[in-house]
Design a protein around this ligand. Structure first.
Ligand code: GRG
Length: 296
């Protein structure tokens, strides 16, 4: 019998925690402080949205879950690294993440820098040391995909634009460009990497790519709305930070009702991309709903 979405999500989140525990260096392994800080930053927190998307895409493509575990871990390590660096004083300078002190507050800035560096390296180590699909050439493509999604033409590039845009009024297309890179690229990569652990046609891959792009942007629009409408305790990170820092967001540009409408439209587009599929895309549809309806 098919588990309901909430049971499916909880089971995957809990199983994935074990995967992360096993791929991260143990805390008693030298250099202990760095390894402890890496585990502190990755474990016991976060919604694991990107890994869940990889699992759902893997189910769609009939992938071996042991392979998807590794692809999902690589994406989550990149995400965790980005949060650690983003929270540092040279970037967003935040003290709270996932309901606990940020890495540089709990440890120190130099350690936080090295945590991010090491998580990023570990992500690519995982993708290169495990067999993720039957064709080595396809696996090289997967490594390239994550490198592009996280580098200067992806997440890091989006972050650069984000930092440059403080105190500026961006137009909607510029804001969209920034967020497609900063947040959307890694979410899209999670969908595609999960898919590529299994087998799909070129046409199916193109539709999943469209789905990934739409949920990636929807995720950020919702994030902007939550930042402006929920409190710090609910979010587990400092609420209202974007507006306080003078950062342009969908809310500052459009207002909350229009930003919500935009998220709804992106949600619809994401579901349209899956329209020709049947039950095999069920978890992807449910995740799209979760991303748009979430409260944290
Ligand atoms: C430092 C290279 C570099 C990039 C940082 C992703 C990012 C770029 C910064 C994070 C800052 C931020 C709050 C972005 C908004 C969207 C986002 C990625 C939110 C956090 O993701 P969630 O909600 O977090 O999935 P959890 O904690 O649930 O994993």
């Amino acid at each position: 019998m098919r588990a309901d979405f909430s049971a499916w999500m909880t089971a995957h989140q809990s199983g994935f925690e074990d995967v992360l525990r096993s791929v991260l260096p143990q805390s008693d392994m030298a250099p202990k402080r760095l390894h402890q800080a890496m585990r502190y930053s990755v474990l016991d927190g976060g919604k694991r949205v990107r890994p869940l998307l990889a699992f759902a895409a893997g189910e769609f493509a009939g992938a071996d879950v042991l392979r998807v575990n590794i692809a999902a871990a690589a994406v989550e390590l990149i995400h965790a690294y980005s949060l650690v660096h983003d929270d540092m004083p040279c970037m967003d300078d935040d003290v709270l993440r996932r309901g606990k002190p940020t890495c540089h507050v709990q440890y120190d800035e130099a350690t936080a820098l090295l945590v991010g560096d090491s998580l990023q390296s570990l992500a690519f180590q995982l993708l290169s040391e495990h067999e993720l699909c039957d064709e080595p050439v396809q696996q090289l493509g997967m490594i390239k995909l994550l490198a592009e999604a996280s580098g200067s033409r992806g997440m890091a590039g989006g972050q650069a634009i984000d930092l440059e845009s403080v105190g500026k009024q961006l137009m909607l297309p510029e804001l969209e460009f920034m967020h497609i890179h900063k947040t959307g690229a890694l979410i899209r990569a999670a969908v595609l990497l999960g898919t590529q652990c299994g087998k799909v046609s070129t046409d199916q891959l193109a539709l999943l790519d469209r789905f990934g792009k739409c949920v990636g942007l929807a995720f950020q629009v919702v994030d902007d709305v939550l930042d402006a409408s929920e409190d710090t305790a609910t979010l587990g990170k400092t609420a209202g930070k974007d507006a306080d820092c003078g950062k342009p967001t969908y809310v500052t540009l459009l207002g909350i009702p229009a930003a919500r409408e935009m998220a709804k439209n992106l949600h619809r587009e994401a579901l349209e991309a899956l329209a020709e599929f049947g039950a095999e895309a069920g978890r992807l549809r449910e995740l799209a709903d979760f991303i748009v309806l979430r409260k944290f």
